[in-house]
Design a protein around this ligand. Structure first.
Ligand SMILES: [Zn+2]
Ligand SMILES: [Zn+2]
Length: 385
């Protein structure tokens, strides 16, 4: 049973610096880590071997002893009878392990899936969060409402009450990991933790899996949920329903349900936050003479608006408090209307006659407009001249 040369194991030469040895070890350790060598039966042995070699070569004192006496420096009773090179006495394994824990964390932290070393029970996996896209009308967003939605999800299995065991029997503690969900393997001086292969980290096993759910403790089902949509929601508003997501594995905690709101485009109202905008057609005569008009409001009612005489197309007016409610606060936005003066069409001969008459009177009434045309004409005349 000849032991391999430590330098060969790490693939370095005797003259290598401490840094080179460290690098070589890291490379080897990564290459041979059990998590990456499930199919390589020799990996574990090689990993241990590399650890052992590094233990010695990283330490100047031990390296010197190894260089002088080879493996004999560390065999037999440690430090017993003044064995050459054993001077100073080697620390026990526990010390080595702690001395290397930083190297270990650095190397394998990512492989262990973050926080994996803490151990502890995680017997039942939490269910996933679910997303549900809900399209509502602007009126619904204005008023808020109760909405019943069908969510395809998985729910706790009724046959086994979520335990996953036939007849609702309690699952038993996993014998491999004693319920820890993780197993520890001694790798040289390291203790490596891995997810338990027997129970997949659940910490429990089921001798007779439930026939309905196959031991999962949950079944696929469409669930009908009544959701309270608060007034003022907007496209992008997210509503979280804690515990309404997917059921956990074997009675584990349930995930959350997130409702993503999309407010449909409205036929007449445009929305910007709590403000509503609306174009309101007014007749030419109303715009000219002034008067009251009625405009629709988002609450389904109507509001009377006074149009000042001589209003031009595009004139904007504000209706206070007729906009959208602010989400989860007491505020209320305004509604803005923009007048769109309509040119009359399909005139009767009488209407045409009146408009012609109106036109003739207009020129007399508005000398500025005729002077405007005169000045334009004057401009072009001067250009020609
Ligand atoms: Zn286990
Ligand atoms: Zn079941």
């Amino acid at each position: 049973m000849s032991k391999r040369d430590f330098y060969d194991v790490l693939g370095v030469s005797k003259g290598s610096s401490a840094d080179e040895i460290k690098k070589a070890y890291r490379r080897k350790a990564k290459e041979l880590h059990p998590d990456r060598n499930a199919d390589n039966p020799n990996a574990e042995e090689q990993f241990k071997e590399a650890n052992e070699a590094y233990e010695v070569l990283r330490d100047a004192e031990k390296k010197a002893a190894y260089d002088r006496f080879g493996h004999a420096a560390f065999e037999g009773g440690m430090g017993g009878g003044g064995r050459p090179g054993a001077g100073g006495g080697f620390r026990n394994q526990g010390d080595f392990a702690s001395a290397f824990s930083d190297v270990f964390d650095d190397l394998f932290g990512d492989m262990m899936g973050g926080g994996g070393r803490g151990g502890g029970r995680n017997r039942a996996a939490r269910g996933s969060d679910l997303r549900y896209n809900l399209r509502v009308t602007l009126e619904e967003a204005y008023a808020g409402m109760q909405k019943t939605i069908q969510v395809p999800t998985s729910v706790a299995c009724g046959s086994c009450e979520g335990t996953g065991a036939e007849g609702g029997a309690e699952p038993t503690t996993c014998p491999t990991c004693s319920g820890m969900g993780k197993v520890r393997a001694q790798q040289g001086f390291f203790t490596v933790e891995r997810t338990c292969p027997t129970c997949s980290g659940l910490g429990q096993i089921i001798k007779n899996p439930c026939r309905t759910c196959g031991g999962q403790g949950r079944v696929e089902k469409d669930r009908s949920l009544s959701v309270n949509i608060p007034a003022g929601v907007e496209t992008g508003t997210r509503i979280r329903l804690g515990g309404e997501g997917e059921a956990g594995m074997r009675g584990g905690p349930t995930g959350d349900l997130y409702i993503f709101i999309e407010v449909a485009k409205h036929e007449i109202f445009e929305r910007d936050g709590v403000s509503l905008f609306c174009r309101v057609p007014v007749s030419m005569s109303s715009a000219a003479l002034g008067g009251d008009i009625e405009v629709p409001t988002i609450d389904g009612g109507r509001a009377r608006v006074k149009i000042p005489a001589g209003s031009q197309s595009g004139r904007q007016m504000r209706l206070r408090g007729k906009g959208m409610p602010a989400l989860r606060t007491a505020g209320q936005g305004d509604m803005f209307i923009e007048l769109a003066v309509e040119t009359p069409v399909n005139l009767t001969s009488r209407q045409k006659e009146l408009l012609r008459e109106f036109d003739e009177l207009s020129e007399e009434n508005n000398p500025e407009s005729s002077s405007f045309f005169k000045s334009v004409k004057g401009f072009w005349d001067s250009m020609k001249g």
